[in-house]
Design a protein. Structure first.
Length: 319
């Protein structure tokens, strides 16, 4: 019950303050751990395909173990000393694991730059939240990238970690963030990450399989409540949810595309290499900067529905 309270309070705290600049963030520390561990494991294993695969597996095991065990130890110490101290610490941890406000803030920076006609500023802003190359993007491309990342990260940044928090509290939440961060840093198909990143990428696919589908259904319900085209959202979800190299990323993207009546995805440049990608959705209308705040409203509605569902389910189980 204390973990449930921490989840609800942490969600509210995240909405209030987001991720304040200047305060060290645990995910950044996880990123540093990944970087240090990667360098060590590359030296420890042979520079062969098999050797790098084993190096990636070792990185994964070390990072998830440390990222889960350390918060668990800190919480055990805090709750042992005082329950209210434990609740306060876990609330802060939950807030740091969730990214509802920060995702909206960063995507709205793109919208604000587009509103002023500053395409270069918009390209820079969107480069902070997407992995693709942004130098070639026109206004529509920048807008599309922002909408796509809001849709995808509604699952990766909010619903998926919220589900893990509901199941196992902050330690399991940090477990998920470690899995997801390793995929973001190592899970590329280009060298030098192709072999080392294989296990981190596959494990991210595994642990996101169920959350991505729950996120898509929650987003569909949220969009319908907001008056968006729920019927088209369901149609595009069923048709295009696997139009992505990842089995999970297009789940929420397809729902978002259908709800907004847009065509998302398509070819994109990554690290100077053009990747051929299928389209998601139908171009019922041209994408416009105003679709970014629409995607953000969808993000918030989905987050609130997710919190209500997971909290109610956990409360029922605990009774």
């Amino acid at each position: 019950m204390w973990s449930l309270c921490a989840l609800i309070l942490g969600f509210c705290l995240d909405l209030l303050i987001g991720d304040p600049h200047g305060i060290p963030h645990p995910v950044a520390l996880i990123g540093k751990l990944i970087d240090v561990t990667e360098k060590g494991m590359r030296k420890a294993f042979p520079k062969t395909v098999r050797g790098e695969n084993f190096a990636g597996a070792a990185i994964w095991l070390i990072v998830v173990t440390v990222s889960t065990a350390l918060p668990a130890l800190l919480l055990w110490l805090a709750y042992s000393a005082n329950r209210w101290l434990g609740l306060a610490l876990e609330t802060v941890m939950c807030a740091q694991i969730l990214a509802t406000k920060s995702l909206r803030q960063e995507s709205m920076k793109v919208y604000q730059a587009l509103q002023t006609g500053d395409l270069e500023k918009a390209r820079h802003a969107v480069s902070m939240i997407v992995g693709r190359d942004t130098q070639r993007l026109d206004e529509a491309g920048v807008t599309r990238a922002a909408v796509e990342t809001v849709a995808e990260n509604t699952s990766d940044g909010i619903i998926a970690p919220m589900l893990f928090l509901a199941i196992g509290g902050a330690p399991l939440g940090f477990f998920y963030k470690a899995v997801n961060t390793m995929d973001s840093m190592l899970g590329y198909v280009e060298m030098p990450y192709k072999n080392v990143g294989l296990v981190p990428a596959k494990m991210d696919d595994f642990f996101n399989f169920l959350p991505a589908r729950i996120s898509a259904l929650l987003m569909l319900a949220a969009g319908t409540v907001l008056g968006m085209d729920g019927k088209n959202g369901w149609k595009i979800f069923r048709r295009d949810r696997y139009h992505h190299a990842s089995p999970n990323s297009a789940q929420t993207e397809s729902v978002c595309a259908g709800l907004l009546g847009l065509r998302l995805a398509g070819d994109a440049w990554y690290h100077g290499v053009l990747h051929k990608k299928k389209y998601i959705g139908d171009p019922l209308r041209e994408i416009e900067p105003g679709d970014i705040p629409k995607a953000c409203r969808l993000l918030y509605a989905t987050a609130f529905l997710g919190l209500a569902l997971f909290s109610a389910t956990k409360f029922y189980i605990l009774l």
